[in-house]
Design a protein around this ligand. Sequence first.
Ligand code: MGD
Ligand code: MGD
Ligand code: MO
Length: 869
Amino acid sequence: MSEQSFLSKTLTDTVLTRRSFLKWSAALGGTAALAGGLKFGLKAAEAAAENYAGEGAWVSAACWHNCGGRCINKVQVLDGVVIRQKTDDTHPDDPLFPQQRSCARGRSQRHQVFGVDRLKYPMKRKNWEPGGGKKELRGRDEWVRISWDEALDHVASEFKRIQGKYGNEGFLTPSWGTSRLLCAFGGNISCWGMVSSGAWPDIQNLMTGRTTGSNDRLDIAANTKLIVLWGTNSIWSKGTHQTYFLLQAKRNGAKIISVDPFYNDTAQALADEWIPVRPSTDAALLVGMAYHMIKNNLQDQEFLDKYTVGFDHDHMPEGADPRENFKDYVLGTYDGVPKTPEWASEICGTDPDIIRHFAQEVAGVKPMLFSSAAAAARTYLGEQYCQAFMTVGWMTGNVGIPGGAVSNGLFGGKTLVKAGSVGVESIENPLGASEFNVVSPNRVVWDEVWDAILTGEYTTGLNKKAPLNVQALVYFYDAASYPSIQGAGNGLNQMPNLNKGIEAHRKVEFVVTTDIVLSTRSKYADIVLPATTPWEKPGYLTELSGGEALAYYQHVAEPFYEAKDENWINRELAKRLGLDPDLVDAVPLKQQLYNQLAGAQVIKKNGVDYEPLLTITQADIDKLGAEGTPQTGRISYQEFEEAGVYQVPRAKNDKFGMVTNDAFRADPEANPLKTATGKLEIHCQPLADKILSHGWTTTDPIPQYHPPFQGYEDTYSDWGKKIKGKYPLQLYTIHYARRAHSVFDNIPQLREAFPEEFMMNSLDAKARGVKNGDIVLITSPYGKVIRPAYVTDRMMPGVTTLGEGAWVEKDEASGIDKAGATNSLCGTTPSGQGVQPWNTLIVQVEKYEGPIKLEPDAKWPQRVPIKEA
Ligand SMILES: Nc1nc2c(c(=O)[nH]1)N[C@H]1C(S)=C(S)[C@@H](COP(=O)(O)OP(=O)(O)OC[C@H]3O[C@@H](n4cnc5c(=O)[nH]c(N)nc54)[C@H](O)[C@@H]3O)O[C@H]1N2
Ligand SMILES: Nc1nc2c(c(=O)[nH]1)N[C@H]1C(S)=C(S)[C@@H](COP(=O)(O)OP(=O)(O)OC[C@H]3O[C@@H](n4cnc5c(=O)[nH]c(N)nc54)[C@H](O)[C@@H]3O)O[C@H]1N2
Ligand SMILES: [Mo]
């Protein structure tokens, strides 16, 4: 459906006042009504839309989800209802002053906020009773509307009961952050893992001293001659701008090479060359490239000698065995295995001649941007990929020079404009939150969490286990993290071992969520509290486009039906739990917004200092309903409010540019890196030590390739004789254009545009009698999924992918997931620093001939938990 979609059409058609909107929306409670609405809405609404053209104020409205974009949306509000939506049109588009345009997801935001499936009332599961009550019915029970008082009383009394019986160790938050309320209540067990960044953090910290970034985008556009996009699909997964910025470099003559199992949309649009590689085998490809470079003396030896340690036996860090150097590993000096392009090719699937030609090119063309996203690092033994990527990049000497960078990410640069802090001090979790990526007690790594709940034991370090008795799963998010809300995460859907996760949700005594729709975590809960979206809150600020612009997202509509914000929920629960309400709801939302506004800073022309962004008068403060003192800044509050965004214009040769590591490059003695040796560490003992301490897998101090668990080698039952095994294909799980993770999966328009197809190569399809569009059954060691097949030679033979984030829709009889939630298939074990290997898995695929009928997703009924007469 087009821009002017069904919902706004029916709205403009039917709704004149908020009151009648509410009635209408309530009437539209089921699938039949939805289908009826669709038909009736389309014709009449066009005329109605005309009638209302021009009426109603345009407001800047949040897109708050976790895709890395969070771009500008504008909505036209009439009588409290959004009748139209558009994106940034505050100025013409220009590479020096780009519009912050949103994508199909952001532009569907009104279908989410005003959707028929938006949660309206507090609810409990019909058979729920304190202590559980037919726990096995979680996920398939009916829902009953209850009052807020009833809901809050139930939650408070369950919290007290569980604390009394099991202590605070009985509570677990299957989410990212922690719950402010639970911290005040005595704490909880939390979950952790390298869900998103994969193996990058320890590489950044220990090998490079936190300097893996790229250069400013204008520097790249102006100077770069070659861009390598390693496992990067910016069109789907990097907001809108990054592709536009890459395009500027291309227009200036940069060559672009994509290294990816999939000839993805970004490669189609931008790349001059696609180099296919099997998922989770990139380290082998890189080592094979290094062999060609070393044999032909193509590496920048001068750079390596001066700025790195560990490349060869003459440049080792103190205390290291000189035999343990990268060059001798590549040449096979001690292990007798030369890592030739032919050696690499058998593993990674890339043709040996292509490996040679690719190595030749990256070694020869300067300046080059050698850039990797995190996909290839979200793999089993992901560290070895990151180590090899950095090392081969450094062998080309593209560090600290204009147009040159070896980078995790596409662009770096200074923050030009930033929001002030919300001013909420966090409350420590009394059960101990530890360092970001360190294994420790009271924190369960994601891969283990459901199993640990079922078996009563989890890992706390090398050879260390501890008992676990979790009885409450609490999906509340920390109110202090309001501006960057990700709504506590959708742990059950988004973390590995979904089938085990459902069992775990059916085992514990209590599951409670706050949510805006019946997403997976809420479907399997006992009590669901309806939350307001940011559109119904006072507003907040978000940095856009890597800190080039600051968006002001504003209040759009009154709370939907009985939805409440989390501060109110926390406050009401605190009262019932005997806690101080002012501790859990420390700063009112209006004041948080004001704090962000008053503290907003913008860079001065000199590119070093900052000044306040806003002039705020006493009248503005009164209007915002906050406390504060008037101040002077660059623009007036009113101007900011009207535009909904402030963006710093760029100019050629402005002072806002940045070349990462330029000082180190100019004088490494005077500007050492924050690594153990002060240099870039190809041999990095601290890395090996850190990885060992977690207790899952080891990594060598230098980059090496080892076969990952459930990687390409494991598609064979006999690798030597090349006999395929039970799961002969590789699967990786790509970030998908339909959604931001699980968010937006319920939007019919997006379902129609992006049908969640299973992508496979034509040779693999043919061998299985599968044609494009056929329904296939995908089986992994952990679960089963059915999906329509997209048969395409854009995918490498032997490799398959499915977009991550679909809302699981499990057929209880067969155990098959009809929606294609990738975590029905991923059921991994952690590796390295606690990495969830989303892109390392093996599967079998066959044509599905079973009894389940699979309608296109766009025709599925929406989840409307309480149907009203
Ligand atoms: N639309 C949308 N955008 C998103 C998100 C979303 O859910 N939806 N999520 C956001 C978040 S939180 C994150 S972390 C990022 C993730 O973004 P990325 O880290 O970039 O991950 P993906 O987009 O899954 O994959 C990028 C590319 O890597 C390829 N790839 C996968 N595995 C491998 C491999 O082993 N080797 C190589 N060489 N290539 C591989 C894929 O085919 C794809 O073309 O996306 C963000 N953007
Ligand atoms: N198989 C596989 N799994 C993956 C990945 C993968 O590549 N493959 N990628 C991983 C990555 S990189 C990431 S970052 C994670 C993301 O994982 P999560 O952060 O767990 O996923 P989201 O879907 O963003 O979860 C958002 C939740 O908040 C709810 N929500 C949305 N808006 C609001 C609101 O205004 N108020 C309230 N109260 N709730 C709201 C939504 O309904 C949803 O339940 O997924 C990971 N999972
Ligand atoms: Mo992520």
